[in-house]
Design a protein around this ligand. Structure first.
Ligand SMILES: [Zn+2]
Length: 113
């Protein structure tokens, strides 16, 4: 099933959940959400983030990706960097490695390329 990402249309009256956007697994046949299930404020589907829920990545990668996203959102760049770094070594994911570097830089570390 595809995952859709929704985000509040009016961030001023949104809850924490929809303010940052949330993912919702839905059947193709289901109508898109128009309100946030948490606070009932209007949400919109964000474009281009319709991807299959069954992806090649393992459950762990998905978990790491979600954790990473939340660290980045919270501005916890050193946490994000360490997590991405550790996981990129395990999975030989060069994209993740770059993300780790970016986060190290944001966290104020000196990073050599
Ligand atoms: Zn909400």
């Amino acid at each position: 099933m595809p995952i859709y990402e929704y985000i509040a249309t009016d961030p001023d009256s949104s809850c924490r959940f929809c303010f940052n956007g949330f993912e919702q697994v839905q059947k193709m046949t289901e109508p898109p959400l128009s309100i946030c299930p948490e606070c009932n404020n209007k949400v919109k589907k964000t474009v281009s983030l319709c991807r299959a829920a069954v992806v090649e990545t393992s459950e762990e990668s998905t978990r790491v990706a979600q954790q990473l996203k939340s660290y980045e959102k919270e501005g916890m760049y050193s946490h994000a960097a360490e997590l991405a770094d550790k996981h990129s070594e395990k999975t030989s994911d060069s994209q993740l490695k770059n993300r780790a570097k970016e986060n190290y830089k944001k966290a104020g570390y000196q990073v050599s390329d």
